[in-house]
Design a binder for this molecule. Structure first.
Ligand code: PHE
Length: 333
């Protein structure tokens, strides 16, 4: 019987050690150590042995054989599992340096693209580009724009203040309109400028708002400028930017720095409207605050969101997507 036990044990050990996957291993174990396996049937024969000592001795050998097979199986199982895990890792591996030999071509951010196209359109219409600082004084952001301290219209912009100078004297510009004042205080009319730039508001991000976004400001100051010039400029820009199927309309509105003021909407080819920005005739108080004689000169101004235009132009549903840096989103454009 000893020989039989050893034969069964060696056969089981060979099967276990030779298993090339965890599945094959478990199957071999079932066959060799299971209830209908050879070792089990030897165990059943213990009862037929003559003496108690013989039964004890054979029982012990059988237990040792089974323990040896169990230990070999544990060892093999660990080795196989480690190998299978390594294989899985290898197959799911993402090597971020792999594409280096053939780099994929990227493109500018959608807002940067819109910004540059807007500049091209307005330069084509005869405008120059102007710029101003993102950290602005209260005077340029509000006061020069006909909003003295504590003017109620200041609450139209949820302002972020910068801890610099006297409390409340320094802000993150809430719109690009302070660039109007910067241009008018440093340049003689006639003035034809657009000023694209980053602006900031204390707002929670949602599908159509971001706390940091971009506007483009337009300012014209010349002799005999009328509201018709404003409407015509907005219409010309709308068609140049979006295409001939689009038109614009003006709706009466209020801004402290323009009078009269309007909001302008873009009509899509399907007949729906998109609110884009504000505009109006530069208020005489603004011209005067910037050292320009309102009796001699008149002008118009407009301002609108670049991010919203890019969103509209590309049919994106949520502004936040444009800032997620998700390659699957970016690659669509
Ligand atoms: N600055 C205004 C805004 O951000 C828009 C505007 C610009 C309105 C110029 C009139 C003239 O809401």
């Amino acid at each position: 019987m000893i020989d039989e036990i050893e034969q069964c044990r060696d056969a089981a050990l060979a099967a276990v050690r030779g298993a090339d996957s965890v599945d094959v291993l478990e199957q071999a174990l079932g066959e060799h150590l299971g209830k209908r396996g050879p070792l089990a049937s030897l165990k059943a024969r213990l009862g037929t042995l003559a003496t108690v000592d013989e039964k004890k001795a054979m029982g012990q050998r059988l237990n040792e054989a089974m323990a040896a097979v169990g230990a070999a199986a544990d060892e093999r199982r660990m080795a196989l599992a480690a190998g299978e895990r390594a294989q899985l890792l290898e197959s799911e591996r993402m090597d971020l340096t792999e594409h280096q030999r053939e780099p994929r071509r990227g493109h500018a951010h959608l807002v940067t693209e819109a910004w540059e196209r807007l500049e091209d359109v307005f330069v084509g219409l005869g405008f120059k580009i102007a710029e101003g600082p993102e950290i602005e004084t209260d005077w340029y952001n509000f006061e020069a724009l006909n909003m003295p301290p504590s003017h109620p219209a200041r609450s139209m912009w949820d302002t972020l203040f910068v801890d610099h100078g006297a409390p409340g004297s320094t802000v993150l510009r809430t719109h690009t309109s302070p660039v109007q004042a910067r241009v008018m205080t440093t340049q003689e009319p006639p003035i034809y400028v657009v000023a694209p730039g980053r602006v900031f508001r204390n707002e929670t991000a949602d599908a159509t708002h971001m706390p940091v976004f971009h506007q483009i400001e337009g300012l014209v100051v010349d002799r005999g400028i009328s509201f018709a010039d404003l409407a015509g400029t907005i219409e010309a820009f709308t068609r140049a930017f979006f295409g001939p199927g689009f038109t614009s309309r003006l709706r009466p509105s209020f801004f402290p720095f323009t009078e009269p003021s309007a909001e302008f909407d873009i009509r899509r080819p399907d007949g729906s409207w998109l609110e884009l920005g504000g505009c109006g005739m530069v208020h005489p108080n603004v011209l005067a605050a910037c050292g320009i004689d309102p009796e001699e000169w008149s002008g118009f101004a407009f301002g609108f969101g670049i991010d919203r235009m890019a969103k509209e132009y590309h049919g994106v549903d949520d502004l936040r997507e444009m800032y997620s840096n998700d390659i699957r989103f970016i690659e669509q454009f």
